[in-house]
Write a protein that binds this ligand. Structure first.
Ligand SMILES: [Zn+2]
Length: 727
């Protein structure tokens, strides 16, 4: 099921728009308009007939380009591959044009846009620790300070571990210890499980950001995630606490600090590589072609020092790459590695789904893509089904194009890359991201889409990072609310195999029905107690309202409080607050990731009559995506003080939890007496809702809806990614 149809359409539109470029005579440009020394780079296009695009001549030529994008377009009934690339200087232009197999045409509009971004003026009152003209991005020194301050702040938060680790030196520092930079890793994890005396099996998330210096947004996105994790842990956000207590996260926020200095101080240079000398007009080695797996293979890198994809003189010749490789070597378990990963005999063997740990991201900009191995040539890995299952789930959060091997949006081969190394050598489920629409991304786009679209996906990958190749195939909890009654905890849950799987067609792992829903309280299902008590898991067969062609179920699981109470083990109470862990299993037996929410403290003795007065505080939670990342925190803290009289009613706690959708659904709610009125602002006949009360009663309503049952769940029948729950 495709839950981001709206976005897909938008991207298709952008692609169509950007292929209409200004046509200028190539011969005219060669004489009059080629870049001069110290000038800004220019954007050129070249049309290559599709049937020759993969010839060795063209592939060799492309390694000399600073390629921005490739697009397949139809022209006069023939498919052509349109190359967009940057030309940095007169020398660059001369070197490319003497080898050009087809005419180079300047894209005037794109060129002027590159100039404009490179000249973004310093904004008045802009903080000194940000990049000139881009107040949303820490500059290099500001980012280092940010990391140190986060470490200091986290030291005061119980059970949270944040460390800045010096993992090696930049190239400049290896030449002269008084210059250059340390390469710093930020390690973030929670010790909440160990602090209770229990054991657990932690997942691993490893992220590199800023490998390419000119890509402004990736380091900041990583910093924002780090900050949100620390804030979430500090505020005892249930889901984030659960994630950090079960995941070790490592981020190299500034992977190329020497290059970043140039990219920040000389914006016109659009500097990508590190700073090793070698070419008079384009210094540096491309760190994302220097990793020691399939290094230098095929046409996916260049041996020319002036190339933007210069691979260096040997695998991991660059100190920055050595630092990252050495640190990763200490983080990922040796037991899951292959003896000779590059050997043709084992290259395509899948990593075992039941035991392999860890997810890796390399964050780049730009073009809104999700990339995965292999990248050194266009060929799928032995774990393609799982990796693509995870990629499709990430797409459901950010809407990016799937650009793995054999996908229509696969761009071009690249060898010696980060993602191939982390998958091929270490076993991590690996991705490359291309964020946004520009190297120097504007702050509005960064704040309004890049951050909110991507952080939920990061959290998702943390949840699957203990066993990513199997958990990605399992179903997801996409909505979850609880109501505490006199004798039961009613858990209203939607579990889906397909809802978070975006992209064309049906990927086989996302087509199963839901077999069962499992939950446990106060002890995460991955935890074990050396004292012998493990979590008590309650598993219920899926029997609720079926949707999305059978792949989604919504039901109320009523758990007797006595059962939950008996499942709470000695020493596992945390400030009176209880935590519920919920997950689903599909009909092929694939178990999905665990979602945690807090629920009200369970009364140990039941009153003889249930209270009739409502707690006056209602819970309101706004969740950034369909995946619940925040749990309600504003629960009723006081018990009803008026003595119960009369007959107990189903429940008097009203909880409105709205799961924000990519399709905006406006719902007006009004409560008068015992009547809850639910009214959509759009009364069109197409606007259907399914009303399900806690007994599973189902009613199909259109337009304006009035229902007397206060315990009401409302769900749009036609919009698969919008949910509004009213309990
Ligand atoms: Zn990049």
């Amino acid at each position: 099921m495709n839950i981001v149809t709206g976005k897909v359409i938008i991207y298709a539109f952008i692609v169509v728009c950007t292929i209409s470029y200004t046509t200028v005579s190539a011969s005219l440009l060669r004489h009059n308009n080629s870049p001069n020394e110290n000038d800004y780079p220019m954007v050129y296009t070249m049309d290559v007939p599709k049937d020759t695009a993969h010839s060795s001549t063209i592939e060799e030529f492309v390694t000399h380009l600073d390629l921005l994008s490739t697009k397949v377009v139809s022209q006069d009934h023939d498919d052509i591959v349109q190359l967009h690339f940057l030309v940095h200087s007169k020398e660059d232009y001369d070197s490319i044009s003497t080898q050009a197999p087809y005419a180079m045409v300047e894209d005037v509009e794109e060129t002027s846009s590159f100039h404009r971004y490179a000249q973004t003026p310093h904004i008045q009152d802009q903080r000194a620790d940000t990049i000139s003209g881009f107040p949303c991005y820490h500059n290099l020194e500001g980012m280092i300070t940010f990391m140190r301050e986060l470490e200091t702040r986290a030291a005061a938060i119980d059970s949270l571990e944040v460390q800045v680790i010096d993992i090696g030196d930049s190239y400049e520092k290896t030449v002269n210890p008084t210059r250059g930079h340390d390469i710093l890793a930020l390690r973030i994890t929670g010790s909440g499980v160990a602090d209770r005396g229990w054991l657990t099996d932690k997942g691993i998330v490893f992220i590199t950001c800023g490998i390419h210096a000119r890509e402004y947004s990736p380091p900041e996105l990583c910093a924002r995630w780090a900050e949100s994790l620390v804030n979430g842990y500090q505020q005892q956000n249930t889901d984030i606490t659960s994630v950090l207590d079960h995941t070790e996260i490592h981020m190299i926020i500034e992977s190329n600090p020497d290059g970043r200095v140039i990219a920040e101080s000389n914006q016109a240079a659009y500097h990508r590589k590190n700073t090793r000398p070698g070419c008079s007009w384009s210094i540096g080695v491309d760190l994302n072609r220097n990793f020691p797996f399939q290094w230098g293979v095929g046409s996916g890198s260049s041996g020319s020092k002036c190339s933007q994809i210069y691979r260096g003189t040997a695998p991991a010749s660059e100190p920055e790459v050595q630092a990252i490789v050495n640190h990763a070597d200490s983080v990922f378990p040796r037991s899951q590695r292959k003896d000779d990963p590059s050997s043709a005999l084992t290259l395509d063997d899948p990593y075992p789904e039941g035991s392999t740990v860890g997810v890796y991201y390399d964050i780049h900009a730009y073009t809104n893509l999700i990339i995965w191995p292999w990248t050194y040539e266009e060929r799928t890995t032995g774990n393609e089904e799982s990796i693509q299952a995870a990629a499709r789930k990430l797409k459901s959060f950010n809407g990016y194009a799937l650009a793995g091997p054999t996908q229509p949006d696969f761009i071009y081969a690249a060898s010696g890359t980060t993602a191939d190394y982390f998958y091929g050598e270490l076993g991590a489920l690996s991705f490359g991201y291309e964020l946004g629409t520009a190297f120097y991304q504007d702050c509005q786009t960064f704040e309004n889409s890049i951050v909110p679209d991507n952080i939920p996906g990061f959290l998702y990958t943390a949840k699957i990072s203990t066993r990513p190749y199997s958990l990605a195939k399992g179903p997801d909890v996409i909505a979850l609310t609880t109501a505490t009654n006199a004798n039961t905890l009613d858990v209203t849950v939607t579990v889906s195999d397909s809802s978070l799987s975006a992209g064309p067609g049906n990927h086989p792992p996302s087509t199963q029905s839901i077999a069962s829903i499992s939950l446990c309280a106060d002890m995460h299902p991955y935890d074990t107690n050396p004292g012998g008590n493990d979590p008590v898991v309650i598993t219920t067969p899926a029997s609720g309202f079926i949707d999305n062609g059978g792949t989604t179920v919504t039901q109320v699981v009523s758990v007797p409080l006595s059962t939950l109470v008996s499942s709470v083990r000695e020493g596992d109470e945390k400030g009176g607050e209880r935590v519920l862990y919920v997950w689903g299993t599909d009909s092929d037996g694939f178990v999905g990731p665990v979602t945690a929410v807090s629920f009200d403290a369970v009364p140990t003795t039941s009153p003889t009559n249930a209270p009739t007065m409502s707690p006056t505080t209602s819970l309101t939670t706004s969740v950034p995506t369909t995946f619940p990342t925040n749990s309600p925190t504003g629960g009723p803290t006081t018990s009803p003080t008026i003595s119960p009289t009369g007959t107990p009613r189903p429940t008097s706690t009203r909880t409105f939890v709205r799961f924000q959708s990519r399709l905006v659904l406006d719902v007006c709610l009004a409560v008068a007496g015992d009547q809850l009125t639910v009214e959509t602002c759009d009364e069109s006949e197409d606007n259907q809702f399914w009303l399900i009360d806690n007994n599973g009663f189902l009613e199909n309503k259109k337009g304006r809806v009035v229902n007397e049952n206060l315990k009401l769940e409302l769900k749009p029948g036609m919009f698969n990614d919008s949910y509004v729950f009213c309990l």
